[in-house]
Design a protein around this ligand. Structure first.
Ligand code: COA
Length: 262
């Protein structure tokens, strides 16, 4: 994989995607959007990879949409503008739909679309000096394509404040409202990401894919008879998979499951 605005590192089943436009604080233009979309899909399809981490080179995680790109887009036709916006929405969906667990490794600024990337990943870990905001209304726009992921993470009530005030807030506030899971000192971030990745590696890969699908299917649904039946069918189907047989047998036989054998 040869990318202009990304670097990919692969080690022990963990792929780290580094956004690499440090002079622009990893703001995303057409190239970075297309490359992120491609990288998430390719790594999700790569059998060597179990976990995908997203981080940023330089001072920031991501300063969101590239405002130069936004300015250019304002001069486009409606059709061209839509094509661009759909590419951004599709990139976020590719992150969200990945079968494999995803972790956002956040340091420095995570603004606008950067906040969106944090929310589109399954797990978000930030340093104490990270900052967040949905700044869009300051530019006369709205956090539209990132909206579904941010609202899903922080809920409607927090979204009103966040989207309407565009206030910047720190990592502890981000944790309080459910945007990030864990906050650590800047020098501890790679250790913390690795510790979470290690917990993820211990889980069954098929089970984790199914768990992600399960969560998606349950969001915002009342616990009615249909949901109860679907969850019963879900576990009944999974109990018989080779992975579940192996995982349960490994526990009972006091040994590691086969997916941990390198
Ligand atoms: N799009 C395009 N360029 C951006 C950018 C963005 N989203 N964010 C930063 N840059 C550029 C700056 O214009 C500047 O360019 P220059 O060197 O040609 O002047 C360069 O990156 C460095 O930014 P600067 O503001 O000087 O650095 P800083 O360390 O003081 O602040 C940020 C960094 C990210 C906090 C600040 O640039 C910022 O708030 N950016 C806007 C982020 C945002 O609101 N994004 C959402 C857009 S919808």
């Amino acid at each position: 994989m040869d990318y202009q605005s990304l670097q990919i590192e692969i080690s022990d089943g963990i792929a780290t995607i580094w956004m690499n436009r440090p002079d622009r604080h990893n703001a995303f233009d057409e190239t970075l959007i297309a490359e992120l979309d491609d990288a998430f899909r390719a790594l999700d399809d790569d059998a060597r990879i179990r976990i995908i981490v997203l981080g940023g080179r330089g001072k920031s995680f991501s300063a969101g949409a590239d405002l130069n790109w936004m300015r250019r887009a304002a001069g486009y036709t409606v059709e061209e503008n839509l094509r661009d916006a759909r590419a951004l929405a599709a990139m976020l969906r590719s992150i969200d739909r990945a079968q494999k667990p995803t972790i956002a490794r956040i340091h420095g600024a995570a603004l606008g679309g950067g906040t969106g990337l944090a929310c589109a990943c399954n797990i978000a870990i930030a340093t104490t000096e990270a900052s967040f905001a949905t700044t869009e209304v300051k530019f006369g726009i709205v956090p539209a394509t990132i909206g579904p992921y941010v609202v899903r993470a922080i809920g409607e009530r927090n979204a009103y404040r966040c989207f309407l005030t565009a206030e910047r807030f720190d990592a502890n506030e981000a944790r309080r409202i459910g945007m990030v899971h864990d906050v650590c000192a800047p020098e501890a971030i790679d250790g913390r990401v690795h510790a979470v990745a290690s917990s993820l590696l211990a889980g069954g890969p098929t089970a984790q894919g199914a768990a992600k699908q399960l969560i998606r299917s349950l969001v915002h649904r009342a616990v009615d008879e249909i949901v109860i039946e679907e969850t019963a069918q879900c576990i009944a189907n999974l109990r018989a998979t080779p992975e579940a047989r192996e995982g349960i047998a490994a526990f009972l036989e006091k040994r590691q499951p086969s997916w941990l054998d390198a």
